[in-house]
Design a protein around this ligand. Structure first.
Ligand code: GTP
Ligand code: MG
Length: 200
């Protein structure tokens, strides 16, 4: 099984949107897909991202009919905040994440893992989302970024962090407001440094 981690330059950039698209793409290519959201915060009754990932996973992969929302989102918190804060600074036990992966492993060829927020979202006081990516030994990380003014800085900062830790990564631009402004205002710099641009 291949593990692909989906992170972003920030919250609300399009991780879930991109994950759902990638799942459809890989399923069309014949792969059995599944998705995992290790930690979701801001959860009232059901985790909204997790529900989207569970629904599509089960539609695309018949092996997952007995999988539950707790398998897809093993750790949830009510407060819409970084996990460290949402857990009221209680140390979060990450074991349920590894148990979920073990359960999903025999049922899929590709497991998409959606982070929460960006790379330096604290899970524990001294443990960040980027540390979880390292510890999960994923095959590839996809960094989803935006196309609005400021995307050069945001994209380079996050990519730099991944490169520094030697985490193999690809950058995908999610242009929620269309590509026109991006082409004019930001893309010329990326072209000048031969930065590979993929669009979601
Ligand atoms: P968190 O998991 O909460 O950090 O957010 P996220 O990074 O997963 O973002 P998500 O994919 O939920 O996207 C945020 C919002 O923007 C959602 O309402 C999406 O439906 C919407 N959205 C994301 N990408 C696009 C896009 O390319 N076009 C349009 N029109 N809407 C988008
Ligand atoms: Mg999301």
């Amino acid at each position: 099984m291949q593990k692909i981690f989906i992170t972003a330059t920030n919250t609300d950039i399009g991780k879930t949107f991109t994950t759902l698209k990638l799942m459809q793409h890989y399923a069309k290519e014949g792969y059995k897909v599944a998705a995992l959201k290790p930690i979701e915060t801001g959860v009232d009754k059901f985790p909204p991202d997790g529900m989207k990932l569970l629904t599509l996973s089960q539609n695309l992969n018949p092996n997952l009919k007995n999988i539950t929302i707790e398998d897809i989102v093993p750790i949830t918190f009510e407060l819409p905040a970084a996990p460290f804060i949402a857990s009221q600074a209680q140390k979060i036990d990450l074991d349920p994440i590894y148990k979920s992966i073990q359960k999903l492993q025999p049922l899929c060829d590709v497991l998409f893992i959606e982070g929460a927020g960006g790379l330096y979202v604290p899970i524990n006081k001294d443990y960040f989302m980027i540390d979880l990516i390292e510890d999960l030994h994923v095959n590839k990380t996809i960094l989803v970024t935006h196309c609005d003014l400021g995307c050069i800085n945001d994209t380079l900062l996050s990519k730099h962090s991944l490169d520094q830790k030697k985490i193999p990564n690809e950058v995908y631009f999610n242009c929620k407001n269309g590509r026109e402004n991006f082409e004019k205002v930001s893309k010329p710099f990326f072209d000048a440094i031969d930065f590979k641009i993929n669009f979601v």
